[in-house]
Design a protein around this ligand. Structure first.
Ligand code: CTP
Length: 394
């Protein structure tokens, strides 16, 4: 699975705080995560499967010997991006630390390579016991994120460290570990990527070197932040991104038609495709013989960005321009003339821009000072552009 997706396993241990995990589950679903609950058998004494099934909308099993035909511990481990264990009892942490696999949850944990956030909740005496301390240290040394429980009144009437943390603290920790933000939840983001090809004859075309990496990075980042993403991809060799609706196009006119159909229900358009400025006046039906292949009559392609931005209502539009850094003013004028709200000036003065993993340049926003982007990954730039677009969207 590529990057961080939105599939979470919520493991529930057998403690009274299990009921508080119901709220955690609901909040995760509100944030756009798909959640599969895997309770330990003893936790069903506190919250039953029916509650978890109703709240998650998914089947709930606790033992490896249920739904054996699915090899469920392996399929759950493979298809999830993150595991949260809340609450984690002293016994559950001891079993994980020992590498035990005596119920479905511990099997899944052993079989998975996803990050695991453990949220302990227990009586202070148990939390402070040397055995628990050693288990927590072992788990942390293996890369598990073990939260410290809150301090306060406990169900037993005692006061001390052992309380299940507030849902907001757990979600804050989760967001920090995953780098996941959900500020684009409910937003529709439309992205063009790659380079258009304009056919000359059945075998030849006018094209460009665009790899599509920047557009795909924006698509991935927007998806991670909860957006509903549509990607219009022109001739990129990059693999489809799971969960992203991808429309494949070849030429500028196909890209324009696809955009036209999508634009009205979009909140943010990111126009990162390299569009061929011209196309052959005629496409030959048969391969042109080399002795006849002397010149190609061209006609100008429509400026897609300008054409689409004329239909703009609430949408925020992000354009791109490949220029050298001295051309800030040209880029500024390009942003305005093309009707974009934001424009990334990709500084090509250093050469070597195509297929590169990194980028540098300037983010231009109408009415603001240009913001310099020092050499950074295309993913980071994607997030910066989405941050700016979200600000503009208000
Ligand atoms: N673009 C477009 N349609 C075109 C050409 C470009 O929509 N026919 C978009 C690109 O996707 C990009 C922006 O316009 O977001 C800037 O492209 P660029 O090639 O820098 O601009 P041009 O209009 O081709 O200007 P120049 O004369 O500087 O090449």
């Amino acid at each position: 699975m590529q990057g961080f997706g939105r599939e979470v396993i919520l493991g529930v241990g057998g403690g009274i705080a299990a009921y508080k995990s119901c709220d955690l589950l609901r909040r995760l679903r509100d944030l756009g995560f798909g959640v599969t609950v895997v309770p330990t058998p003893s936790s069903l004494n506190f919250v039953g499967s029916a509650t978890w099934e109703a709240l998650s909308g998914r089947k709930v099993t606790t033992e490896v010997f249920e739904s054996v035909e699915e090899v469920r511990h392996i399929s759950l481990a493979k298809n999830s991006n993150f595991i949260i264990i809340a609450p984690a009892t002293a016994d559950l942490m001891a079993r994980i630390a020992a590498g035990r696999a005596d119920d479905l949850l511990t099997n899944v944990i052993l079989a998975s390579n996803s990050p695991v956030l453990i949220v302990p909740a227990m009586h202070p005496e148990m939390w402070n016991d040397e055995a628990t301390k050693t288990n927590v240290a072992t788990l942390r040394s293996r890369g598990y994120h073990v939260m410290d429980p809150d301090t306060g009144a406990l169900t037993s009437g005692d006061v001390g460290q052992g309380r299940f943390p507030e849902t907001s603290r757990i979600l804050g920790e989760f967001a920090e570990i995953t780098g996941s933000r959900s500020d684009l939840l409910g937003k529709k983001v439309l992205i063009t990527a790659g380079g258009t090809r304009e056919a000359i004859d059945p075998v030849r075309f006018i094209g460009n070197q665009s790899s599509g990496k920047q557009g795909y990075a924006v698509a991935r980042s927007a998806q991670r932040r909860g957006a509903q993403v549509t990607l219009i991809s022109a001739n990129s060799n990059l693999a489809d991104i799971e969960g992203i609706r991808t429309i494949k196009v070849e030429s500028a006119s196909q890209m324009l038609s696809a955009l036209d159909a999508e634009f009205t229900h979009t909140d943010i358009l990111v126009m990162s495709a390299a569009v061929a400025d011209a196309r052959p006046k005629q496409i030959a039906d048969a391969k042109i013989k080399k002795n006849e292949f002397t010149n190609i009559a061209l006609v100008e392609n429509p400026d897609i960005l300008r054409t689409i931005s004329a239909k703009k209502s609430r949408q925020v539009i992000v354009g791109f321009a490949a220029e050298t850094s001295e051309n800030l003013e040209t880029a500024q004028a390009k942003m305005v003339s093309k009707g974009a709200d934001i424009l990334y000036l990709n500084d090509i003065s250093g050469g070597d821009i195509f297929n590169s993993e990194t980028t540098h340049g300037f983010i231009l926003v109408r009415g603001k000072e240009p913001k310099k982007v020092a050499e950074t990954t295309k993913d980071t730039l994607a997030h910066q552009l989405l941050d700016e677009a979200l600000l503009q969207l208000g």
